[in-house]
Design a protein around this ligand. Structure first.
Ligand code: NCD
Ligand code: ZN
Length: 351
């Protein structure tokens, strides 16, 4: 049987929510990843070090017994964030990054930034204190076509921001376009990008395959096949500034399968397996470890994890849904009810 052993990967962009949802989803991530960068878009947002510290404690409490998993926290950048809060974040030891949501760009982004210049003193301090800025890179111009929002953001906002703050380290999160991949490749070493499994495996036809498919709706929205190919090429190129960030974004089934369904694909149940499938299809399994386990840690200035995971090529069916820890609703994962080719061996089992 074909097997693949990798240094344990990290997930550099993850939503775990809170309460019952946190208890439902965290075991999936903790079984696979050594660390994850936890997004702060709770309601209300995680905007201070005190709030991030309390959230981190709730995550640690929700971990299954024996799990060796480290949550890394982010602060939600608002126009009220102060440079002093950045100092506290830099000193606390568990906040490597601050997240910029343009107001209105995505789920729970209402408290985000309308006028970027109001955050300049904070960005200045972040550059001085070596905190990473994670960016949801989509234009919020209501007249902009939804399929153009990422490349418009890159041209109109990201490029000038990088000129103004040349030493600020930035991660353009969940890139979805050829233009974004090309921009990152051509950019200085201060810019990196994460790529999700759905953007490597699916194009925008998947949203409409035989009818509307709400579980394939996320932001930035899936793009044309040409973009999927460019992303796969970037991910498998061994370029050090592309790395794994699932953007696993759980929403209860009833809020996805609705007249106005939430944006977000849940992928934590099979995250590394789905990346293996994408890399195998590109004939690039030998590049998966760099993308999944080395490049992100290096960008964040951390050593790679010291242990390994093993994947086997063994076709299996993804469960139709996962019951939520409370409340009776369920959670539908990416490729629910479909076959995926790779499976992660439980700790201690050999192929
Ligand atoms: C994310 C969520 O649900 O929190 N949704 C998504 O479609 N990706 C927010 C985000 O990362 O944009
Ligand atoms: Zn996200």
């Amino acid at each position: 049987m074909e097997t693949l052993t990798l240094l344990r990967p990290d997930d550099w962009h993850l939503h775990v929510r809170d309460g019952a949802m946190l208890r439902t989803v965290l075991p999936h991530t903790a079984a696979r990843f050594g660390r994850a960068l936890v997004m702060p878009n709770l309601k209300p947002p995680v905007a201070t070090v005190a709030e991030a510290s309390a959230y981190r404690a709730r995550i640690l409490e929700a971990l299954p017994a024996g799990a060796r998993f480290t949550p890394l926290m982010t602060l939600y950048l608002t126009e009220q964030t102060t440079p002093e809060e950045i100092d506290r974040a830099a000193e606390c030891g568990f906040i490597p990054a601050v997240k910029l949501y343009p107001a209105g760009a995505t789920t729970n982004s209402a408290a985000g930034v309308c006028a970027l210049e109001r955050t300049f003193p904070v960005l200045e301090r972040m550059a001085e204190r070596n905190l990473v800025l994670c960016v949801h890179g989509e234009s919020t111009d209501p007249t902009a076509d939804i399929f153009d929002r990422e490349h418009l953001f890159v041209e109109q906002t990201l490029a000038p921001l990088m000129q103004r703050f040349p030493t600020l380290r930035i991660v353009l999160e969940h890139i979805t376009t050829r233009q974004a991949a090309e921009f990152v490749r051509a950019a200085p070493d201060t810019l990196a990008a994460t790529i999700t499994p759905q953007h490597l495996l699916l194009n925008r036809n998947a949203i409409f395959h035989g009818g509307v498919r709400p579980h394939h709706y996320c932001l930035p929205v899936l793009k044309r096949e040409e973009h999927r190919r460019a992303l796969l090429e970037a991910a498998t190129s061994a370029h050090p500034r592309f790395f794994l960030g699932t953007d696993s974004a759980p929403h209860a089934r009833a809020t996805k399968e609705a007249a106005c369904g939430c944006a977000g694909c849940y992928s934590a149940h099979a995250a590394i397996e789905l990346y293996a499938q994408a890399f195998a299809a590109a004939g690039a399994l030998d590049r998966l470890e760099a993308f999944a386990s080395r490049n992100g840690a290096a960008f964040y200035g951390l050593p790679p994890n010291g242990d390994t995971i093993t994947l086997v090529r063994r076709a299996h069916t993804v469960p139709e849904s996962f019951p939520l820890a409370e409340g009776g609703d369920t959670l539908v994962g990416l490729f629910a009810g479909e076959t995926i080719e790779w499976q992660m061996l439980p700790q201690g089992e050999s192929a």
